[in-house]
Ligand binder design. Structure first.
Ligand SMILES: [Zn+2]
Length: 446
C-alpha cells in the first residue's frame, strides 16, 4: 500500500456544527438519546455472523494458535521479496498454505500463488478472492532479519504486506479448525507486483490474462496498517520517464546550439504552473531529474520522471493530456530559441507506470455489508482512497476493496528499514476477528 493514506470522507458520521449562540441564552440541552441499534438487513446479518458459535470458535483457534501466526510472519518477512523477485517467498507461502489445510494450490505464470477453498456442497454464492501481496519495496541485499522489542517486530516489509500474508494463512487455518464452510468458493492469493515497479502486474495477470480472468466477481485485498479504513477509492496514477535528447557540444564552442536541458527546464517550469482541481484531487510531481556529462558540455541527454495521480479517471486523462502538450511545447520552444545546425532537440515519453483509478460505491452490497460489519465491531467505516491491488478490479467495475491486517497505531514506518508491526496478542485477536468477519460477511452474500 502506498503511504500516506488519504482520508476522504467519514461515512455515517454526523458532522452537525453547533450554532454560534451566546452561552447565556442557551436552553438546557436535552438528555442525549441512546443511539438506536442499526437495524438494516446488513446489520442483522453482521451481528448474527459475529455471534455465531463457529465464528467465535475460529477466533479462539487463532488465539490458541497465535505463536504460529507470529512464527510464520517472521519466517516470511525474512525471505527477501523485491519487485520481480518474489519467487522464493511465493514458494514458502504456497507451502504454508498447504500446511494450513488447502490442497489445491497453484502458482500462475506471473508468480501469483493461488489456494482454492471450495464452498459448501450445493452452495451457490459467487466466489470471493482475498489477496495479500508478496513483494516489498526493498532491494535483495537488505537486511530483513526480524528484531523483537517487547511486542514489536521490526524489519523491512514486516507490516507491508507480510502481515497480510500471515493473516491469510491464519484465516485458512481458523476456518478449518472451526469447520466453517462458506456458501461459495474462496481464493486465497499471495500476489506479485503490488509495489511501485511491479505496477500491479500480479493483478493485471489475474484479472485480465490468466486462467482466472472473468471468474472473480468480488475481491478483497489485505494491505495497510489501519483497520478503521476501508479503501474503496483507487488512486490512479500515470508515471513517465521523459528523455530529452539533442546533438550536444562544447559549452563555449557550440554555444547557441539547442540544449535539451533548457527544454527539460521549460517543461518542468510549465508543469509546475498547471492548476488542477482539489476535488476530485489531482496531483503531479517531478520526482527525479538526471542527465548530462560535464559542466562544460551541452548535454546530449537529460531525463525526468513524472508522476500524475487522481482518483478520477477523467481528471487523470486531462492532466495527462496537458502534460504531453507541455512536453511538445517545451521541445518546440527550444528548437526555435537556438540553432539546430547539428540536430534538433527531441523528447521521448515513456510510460513506466499505469495504475487505473475508480471507486467501489459504498452502495454496493459488498460495501454495505462491510460497513455493517464495522458497526458490529463499534467502528465507523472510514472510506479511503489509496493505490492498492484493488485498483485493478475496481477499474474493471468489479466490487473490490482493501482492508487492513491491524489496528491503527499498531504498526508504522512502512517502506523504511525500521518498519514495525505490533503483535500484542489481545489486540491482534480483535484485529483478526474484524478481518475474518469482513471476509465472511462478503463471502456469504448471495
Ligand atoms: Zn502494501
Amino acid at each position: 500500500m502506498k503511504l500516506p493514506p488519504l482520508l476522504v470522507l467519514l461515512a455515517f458520521a454526523s458532522s452537525a456544527v453547533p450554532a454560534a449562540t451566546p452561552a447565556s441564552t442557551l436552553p438546557a440541552p436535552p438528555p442525549a438519546a441512546p443511539p438506536a441499534a442499526p437495524d438494516s438487513a446488513e446489520d442483522r446479518r453482521a451481528r448474527e455472523l459475529v455471534a455465531r458459535p463457529a465464528f467465535q470458535a475460529a477466533v479462539r483457534a487463532y488465539d490458541r494458535d497465535f505463536e504460529r501466526f507470529v512464527r510464520e510472519l517472521i519466517l516470511l518477512t525474512e525471505i527477501p521479496a523485491p519487485p520481480f523477485k518474489e519467487q522464493a517467498r511465493g514458494e514458502a507461502f504456497a507451502r504454508l498454505l498447504r500446511e494450513a489445510g488447502l490442497t489445491d494450490i497453484t502458482t500462475d505464470a506471473e508468480g501469483n500463488v493461488i489456494g482454492r477453498r471450495p464452498g459448501r456442497p450445493g452452495g451457490t454464492a459467487p466466489l470471493l478472492a482475498v489477496a495479500a501481496h508478496l513483494d516489498t519495496v526493498f532491494p535483495e541485499d537488505t537486511d530483513v532479519r526480524v528484531k523483537r522489542s517487547g511486542t514489536r517486530l521490526i524489519a523491512p516489509g514486516v507490516g507491508d504486506d507480510t502481515r497480510g500474508l500471515a493473516l491469510l494463512l491464519a484465516i485458512v487455518r481458523a476456518l478449518g479448525a472451526a469447520g466453517i464452510e462458506t456458501p461459495g468458493e474462496l481464493l486465497f492469493i499471495g500476489n506479485v507486483g503490488e509495489e511501485g515497479p511491479g505496477d500491479l502486474r500480479g493483478m493485471r495477470y489475474l484479472f485480465q490474462r490468466g486462467p482466472w480472468q472473468g471468474r472473480i466477481p468480488r475481491f478483497i485485498s489485505i494491505d495497510g496498517s489501519n483497520n478503521d479504513l476501508i479503501t474503496n477509492g483507487a488512486l490512479g496514477s500515470l508515471r513517465y520517464r521523459v528523455t530529452f535528447k539533442g546533438p550536444g557540444g562544447h559549452s563555449w564552442g557550440a554555444f547557441g546550439q539547442v540544449n535539451p536541458a533548457f527544454a527539460l527546464a521549460g517543461a518542468i517550469s510549465a508543469l509546475g504552473k498547471v492548476v488542477v482541481p482539489r476535488q476530485p484531487k489531482v496531483s503531479y510531481n517531478v520526482g527525479l531529474v538526471s542527465g548530462g556529462t560535464s559542466v562544460n558540455s551541452i548535454p546530449f541527454e537529460v531525463a525526468m520522471e513524472v508522476d500524475l495521480r487522481s482518483v478520477s479517471p477523467e481528471e487523470l486523462r486531462k492532466v495527462d493530456a496537458r502534460f504531453k502538450e507541455i512536453i511538445a511545447a517545451a521541445v518546440a520552444e527550444e528548437n526555435t530559441a537556438r540553432a539546430t545546425t547539428f540536430g534538433r532537440v527531441t523528447a521521448e515519453v515513456k510510460l513506466i507506470g499505469d495504475r487505473p483509478s475508480g471507486t467501489t460505491s459504498p452502495d454496493t452490497p459488498e460495501l454495505r455489508q462491510a460497513a455493517a460489519v464495522m458497526r458490529a465491531f463499534d467502528k465507523v467505516a472510514v472510506w479511503n482512497i489509496s493505490s492498492t491491488d484493488s485498483n485493478l478490479p475496481i477499474s474493471l467495475g468489479i466490487p473490490a476493496f482493501t482492508i487492513s491486517s491491524q489496528s491503527a497505531r499498531r504498526g508504522g514506518r512502512s517502506h523504511s528499514l525500521d518498519e514495525w508491526t505490533d503483535v500484542e496478542q489481545p489486540t491482534a485477536v480483535q484485529d483478526f476477528a474484524l478481518a475474518l468477519a469482513l471476509i465472511l460477511g462478503v463471502a456469504e452474500l448471495p
